[in-house]
Ligand binder design. Structure first.
Ligand code: NAG
Ligand code: NAG
Ligand code: NAG
Ligand code: NAG
Ligand code: NAG
Ligand code: NAG
Length: 663
């Protein structure tokens, strides 16, 4: 005995100098309530291509996003309330284009929310508008001009969710990254209560901290009716004022990074640090899924990528597995432990958080050691920090000391060409007298949990990547009424399929200037839409069209080599053929500022015609009703870009028998 003692002490000494200690102590109480990790579909049109996926891939993708104990297992889904406006990567349909109409069959957010709820009945749903139909502002362009009118428009969306789709909207926002109006927020609360939605809570203001926090400090009623303060891209920081209000603090838009290993690391870092540094209890990724064409603004900035609906190819990207480290081992309503006794910075850099369930019989600890260089998010704070590999001794105190063993889940992101390890279960970690040692290297996530439910879900590999296949055609048969046309990436304006007797066609629906989000694109007052592949050079695009007599647009166009989309749509160049009622124009920009050729044309509204545009090298041929109206050489246009179609002004126009072919 006497001979062993010094040796044991020597071991203790080694452990003491080699390992730093972090303590988890429930006797110190608990911190804030966890509100869930989510993804944002919209802002804008970021899930556009997903609904057009073939089965079984479409269901598989939804499993990776929403199914509990499978993949990202998201706890919250935030969606755009479509306003027929450009909101980053396209425009999403409004549920009320006129004061007198309501429609809850448009777009794809209803479908997505239903699919999410099917997989996780407890998922939280959160709606937020980016823009509004023009009538909402009664012609002023200001949605707060008549706050009760706007509030009614929003309440009807919540009501449509409930009555048409059996969806409960838990949270509702004000106006994405725009100004808010206190009397509108109050009108919204009253209106929701009148509708019976007193459980739908308000999140404000989906911008930065200061204004809303200052207003809430000054206005008790506002502080009461704003449930959570939602800040965008907080860079893991909140203000002292925000914290002292006591309302939940959310990073209601975050991430914004390509979903490579760096994206996975950015996401892992903010999920922990938003609480460690900023006391934020919910973090929502823009965007949920990169399901919009490559080369659109911020392409591949989703938790995973699915942008080839023609084939079924998708990628389960690193952020799916870095989400799982938190989402699979927590639930909304769990509580963080207190800073210093379960939440904090690891001794040699990196962070840890611990959460317990309300019954206090489950514990989850998440540690991350992302390095500054490899975990940047695009809009993040840029202050460098250091992280080193380290041995950590975890000490469980108070009731937690009863825990003898914790399951261990491990991710290591590699940036040296070696393969990363994603969400792998390791041997359980044994605690002896409430203590255990863990070695954590750089760019790792370790989750320790008493839950046994973790699971790395899998599906058979999807088909191989292929480019948008040509020839492509669509006659809009086989759609349901009001469905948005497949693959048509609407940038401005809004399209839906109309079934008229035996014929289905796609109609541009927007007739009035909406209240925009990023102004320039919608200000063109053209419905502009793209298809396919940014590298398309020699191409033929054509379709049948008809302009209705009432509220018809002032013409239609077909385009090739179209270069811009998103908020920059108004500066699109390309080769465009406009069929206007009294003439045609060939232009090298979508705004018709650079007209190469104009000529006579006359056609009647309310009857079908067709147009096509064929570009090959510098030679351009435009046909109207099968007759060539222009054939010439254009050297001033771009060399490649998307196929395009649209209307010359807001106003109805019908499209059918679309054809795209390489030549
Ligand atoms: C509506 O959803 C709830 C769960 O949120 C479910 O219990 C109920 O059965 C659903 N009703 C219908 C008609 O599907
Ligand atoms: C919501 O309204 C119902 C019915 O009017 C009422 O019973 C309930 O107490 C209200 N809940 C809240 C949180 O105000
Ligand atoms: C961690 O501990 C192991 C032995 O327990 C030791 O070999 C290793 O060097 C330590 N690493 C660091 C970074 O301290
Ligand atoms: C790395 O991953 C690739 C693709 O999954 C695989 O083909 C390769 O064998 C892996 N390499 C190692 C060393 O595991
Ligand atoms: C145009 O109309 C003609 C005659 O109806 C038809 O053959 C052709 O396929 C239509 N579409 C295009 C793009 O030319
Ligand atoms: C035409 O547009 C106006 C508003 O811009 C609307 O009141 C009217 O109902 C529309 N008519 C049709 C047939 O869509």
């Amino acid at each position: 005995m006497a001979r062993i003692l010094p040796f044991l002490c020597f071991l203790c000494f080694i452990r003491w100098i080699c390992a730093d200690t972090i303590t988890f102590d429930s006797s110190q109480g608990y911190g804030r309530r966890f509100d869930g990790i989510g993804g944002l579909s919209g802002g804008g049109a970021t899930s556009k291509l997903l609904i057009s996926y073939p089965e079984p891939q479409r269901s598989e993708i939804l499993d990776f996003l929403f199914k509990p104990n499978f993949g990202a297992s998201l706890q919250m889904l935030k969606v755009e309330i479509g306003g027929d406006i450009q909101s980053t990567d396209g425009s999403e349909a409004s549920h009320m284009r006129y004061t007198w109409e309501e429609n809850y069959e448009r777009g794809y957010e209803w479908w997505l929310m239903e699919e999410a709820k099917k997989r996780n009945p407890n998922i939280r749903l959160y709606g937020l508008p980016w823009g509004f139909p023009g009538w909402v502002g009664e012609g002023t362009g200001d949605p707060y001009h008549n706050g009760y009118k706007t509030a009614d428009y929003i309440a009807r969306w919540i009501n449509g969710a409930k009555t048409k789709h059996n969806l409960t909207i838990h949270f509702i926002g004000i106006w994405n990254e725009n100004h808010y109006d206190i009397s509108y927020i109050k009108a919204l609360r009253k209106t929701l209560d009148n509708y019976g939605f007193n459980k739908t809570k308000i999140v404000a203001a989906d911008g930065k901290w200061d204004n809303i926090v200052n207003d809430m400090k000054k206005d008790k009623e506002l502080k009461k009716i704003v449930h959570a303060i939602g800040c965008h891209y907080p860079g893991t920081q909140s203000t002292n004022d925000a914290q002292s209000l006591g309302n939940p603090l959310w990073s209601s838009e975050d991430f914004c990074q390509k979903n490579t290993e760096v994206g996975g690391a950015c996401w892992a870092r903010v999920l922990n640090r938003n609480y460690v540094h900023g006391y934020m209890t919910s973090t929502i990724a823009w965007d949920l899924i990169a399901s919009y064409y490559k080369d659109l603004p911020g392409w591949d900035m989703g938790l995973m990528t699915a942008k080839e609906p023609w084939n079924g190819y998708y990628v389960v990207s690193p952020p799916i597995w870095t989400s799982a480290h938190t989402t699979q081992f927590t639930s909304v309503g769990w509580d963080y432990l207190k800073h210093g006794s379960g939440v904090g910075t690891l001794p040699k850099g990196g962070t840890y958080v611990a959460l317990a369930n309300p019954r206090r019989d489950q514990l989850t600890i998440i540690m991350e050691t992302m390095t500054f260089e490899h975990s940047k998010c695009v809009w993040d704070q840029k202050t460098p920090f250091k992280v080193e590999p380290q041995n950590v001794t975890l000490v469980l105190k108070d009731k937690l000391a009863n825990i003898n063993v914790m399951n261990m889940w491990f991710t290591e992101l590699r940036f040296d060409g070696k393969n990363s390890t994603y969400f792998e279960q390791k041997k359980p970690l044994k605690f002896i007298n409430g203590a255990a040692n863990v070695f954590i290297d750089l760019n790792q996530i370790i989750t320790l949990t008493t839950l046994n439910t973790g699971n790395k879900g899998s599906h058979p590999p999807p088909p191989q990547h292929v480019a948008f296949p040509l020839p492509f055609s669509d006659n809009y048969e086989g759609y349901r009424m009001h469905q948005e046309p497949n693959y048509l990436s609407q940038q401005t304006g809004s399209f839906e399929v109309i079934l008229d007797g035996n014929n289905g066609f796609a109609r541009q629906m927007l007739t009035q200037m909406p209240i925009p989000w990023c102004k320039d694109a919608d200000d063109m007052q053209k419905a502009y839409n793209i298809f396919g592949d940014y590298t398309w050079a020699d191409i033929l695009v054509g379709f049948d069209f008809r302009i209705p007599k009432v509220n018809g647009s002032s013409g239609v166009f077909v385009g090739a080599r179209s270069t811009k989309a998103g908020c920059g749509s108004a500066s699109t160049s390309g080769i465009f053929f406009f069929a206007l009622p009294d003439r045609f124009e060939i232009a090298t920009d979508v705004r018709r500022n650079h007209v190469v050729q104009t000529g006579t044309l006359s056609y009647s509204s309310d009857s079908w015609h067709n147009i096509s545009l064929h570009v090959k090298g510098t030679s351009v041929t435009a046909k109207f009703d099968q007759k060539t109206v222009y054939s010439g050489t254009i050297t001033s246009g771009p060399s490649a870009g998307w196929a395009a179609l649209g209307t010359d002004s807001y106003g109805l126009a019908d499209f059918d028998n679309l054809e795209i072919n390489s030549t």
